[in-house]
Design a protein. Structure first.
Length: 127
């Protein structure tokens, strides 16, 4: 009886430790609210450029927004290390336009469209 109890306790502890390790090593899942924050930060950046008499960019990268203080790294944890491009002038009047494009670590691309849908994009043949 003691042997069965010891094996059960050991198995439970192993599962607990394994679960904690898995949680720590699993990358964060994309939080949909990050898309809205990214888009608003890119628009604010564009607006500030316009206010200073500079041309508004057609696209803004997440790296730019982080470097210039428009976003904080902890606000976009799930996008860390990914190539993210935001198109601040896109609006709902063109629902098939891409608002945010994310290149994943495996080279695939995902886009948040102006209509709010998320699309997986075909891989580019020439890069």
């Amino acid at each position: 009886m003691k042997r069965v109890l010891a094996i059960s306790v050991t198995a439970a502890l192993a599962m607990l430790v394994g679960g904690l390790i898995w949680v720590e090593l699993t990358p964060p899942v994309f939080n949909p609210t990050e898309g809205g924050k990214l888009f608003e930060a890119a628009r604010a950046y564009s607006k500030d450029l316009r206010a200073h008499g500079k041309l508004e960019p057609a696209e803004v990268t997440l790296k730019e927004l982080l470097a210039k203080g428009y976003m904080k790294a902890d606000e976009v944890k799930s996008l860390a290390g990914l190539d993210v491009t935001i198109y601040p002038e896109v609006d709902e009047s063109h629902p098939l336009d891409i608002q945010i494009r994310v290149r994943m670590s495996d080279g695939s691309e995902v886009a948040l469209m102006a209509d709010g849908s998320v699309q997986s994009l075909a891989r580019r043949r020439c890069q």
